[in-house]
Design a protein around this ligand. Sequence first.
Ligand code: GDP
Ligand code: MG
Length: 746
Amino acid sequence: MGPINRSEILIALAGNPNSGKSTLFNAITGARQHVGNYPGITVEKKEGFYDFNGRSLRLVDLPGTYSLTAYSLEERVARELLANERPAAVINVVDASNLERNLYLTVQILEMGIPVIVALNMVDVAKGRGIEIDAQLLAERLGFPVVPTVARRGEGKTELMEKVLAFADENQRREPLRLYYGPDIDPVLDDMEREIAASGFLTEVYPPRWTALKYLEADEQILDAGNAADPEVSRRLLEKAHRVTEHIKATLDSYPEAIIADHRYGFITALLKGGVVRKSPRADRLYLSDQIDKVLTNRFFGPLVMVLILYAVYQFTFRYSEIPVNLLEKVFSALGDWCLATLPEGPLRSLLVSGIIDGVGGVLGFVPLIVFMFFAIAFLEDTGYLARCAYMLDRIFRIFGLHGNSFMAYIISGGIAGGCAVPGVMATRTLRSSRERLATLLTVPFMNCGAKLPVFALLIASFFSEHRAQMMFLLTILSWSMALFLAKLIRVTLLKGPSTPFLLELPPYRLPTFKGLLIHTWERTWQYIQKAGSVILAISILLWALMTYPGLPEERREAFQAERLAVVEALPSPYREAAASGEPPDAGAPPAVRAAWERLRALDAGESRDALMYSFAGRMGRSLEALTRWCGFDWRTNVALVGGFAAKEVIISTLGTAYSLGETDSEESLSLSRRLQKDPQWNPLVALTAMVFIMLYSPCFVTVTCIVKESGTWKWGLFSMVFSTTIAFILAVLLYQIGRALGFGA
Ligand code: GDP
Ligand code: MG
């Protein structure tokens, strides 16, 4: 007997998201796995090992994808691994209850010429829906093994691995699958294939026909690789692709990609005909998704239901979170009072009360609201309804030069209010056309992210408390309108070009588990809290310092002190000591004593206000007043807006700090909301103008950083800041001036 062959055999697991890939991977490899990242990107790489009869298999769990078109990072990663590492075989996990859709990926793997073993997973679910699949017949038609499995229970695992090993042993290259792509594309494809094969163009990595298909699909990655390999051949191929694209556009009003997809689905339909899939008639009725979709994606009812559902989300969020929000606000205000009462006056107390408690408390106080909002979004996401929204909205997005897939980026950024533009900007990776992608990532920051939400909630509670849900709804509509309008503006000026076709998979509806919803809600809430706890704390302290230093110049402080002394001196001697100590006078004290006491408090407040105005932040805010008086903002608002560039949450904490410094030693520290209501500078018109400005002005610096990273140049980051702030300013001025002219905000 010869030595045992110990060289590793590479096997990849591929499949749509949620097909049960990871479950199967775990069932096969058990604990023998490790998780890392693909170099330089955030896509997870899971590898595991499996030994059988002295042979050693290395399994890679590819990211879940619907196709291999390189529209998204996941698809690119999966594709590159298949092309470059050439696994001995691919275990293609398909969801048996959704066979047609899942085989779309299978076809593409076969087109790359990689042997496939189909793990027909979730046959239990399929059976439950009355779907029976003849695995034997399907295997014959495909020419590759098909093994029914229930990954969750480990069923079919052994048979599957036997087939995999047998296949790996054969170790023979299979011819790539050849599909017929219709009279327009096919002849050109053949022609291109010949040219590619003859010149050895990229043939070390990709089969010739596959490369030709990618040229027709205008796959940027392959075009780049081709151009680097042989610019001359690449140019000729592009020319051919271009000609056929123009032809298809002119005659069929379509794109090569759409036609290619049609033919792949046609192939799958043919594959499944004649008894491969049998559905009991009851199954069709039981298959609720389709029935539900008839109503929920109906041309007329769909949008109506969507608006109603979004409105219900607001009602849910705002009504039920009110109690815990009020409670937390009380807790923080009590904490502030306690510090005021127990600590001696000085910089430390000021830092604690005005910097830390007001700042972080203002942000954490809104955690309940954010929990409710995230819970509602997680529910819509987990049921599969959000994907329907993307599907319905594609037609609208198209009008604005965007794509149905842009929807997710907007939602994540806060399209239903309460997201974050940072993951939103990253979510634009699913967009393939760089123009649509840029237009999306430049406009997603206009959504009402979780950081703007507390600011709005504060201003709405202060000035529009009768119409909370309605105001939030209005703000959401406004942010969408502005984002879409500005996206269109960008798409017809800076980023001119056609839209790409829409191919979105609608997952079946699922009733989410309560546990799953809680986990999703918690993950996002925790991110928010961490941000509030670290970045916001640091920035609150920094801003507190900016607002406290440098103190008033000596002679101004002395002038205040002299005035105070004069007031005290004027009192009859028995009352002087009490007045100087700041104690409020007894009820029985003469009116002159009470007047003197009030005069002293006014002097204190005046000194604090002057000190703030004199501080670094105050000077900045004041110099901006020349501009912002056109939209009704005074320097304190300006300071907060400047702070908001660090992170939008900071707006509240800064307002809190700015307005709490204006009063000293008040017996109770009023909530910020009450302080704003009482301030003469603020009224409903100013509040509305401020909300519009905050909605639209420059994204926070973290988002800007992401825009720079995702767009690959700092210019788009800079553009985003300047563009957004300009638009916000123009709109705020218009709103405020028109509002004033109409007599509001007097
Ligand atoms: P992946 O996205 O492809 O990695 O899918 P997962 O492995 O995370 O599985 C998605 C969900 O389907 C999980 O809740 C699994 O427990 C479940 N699942 C996986 N395989 C089966 C199966 O054969 N039958 C049933 N009923 N559920 C399964
Ligand atoms: Mg997985």
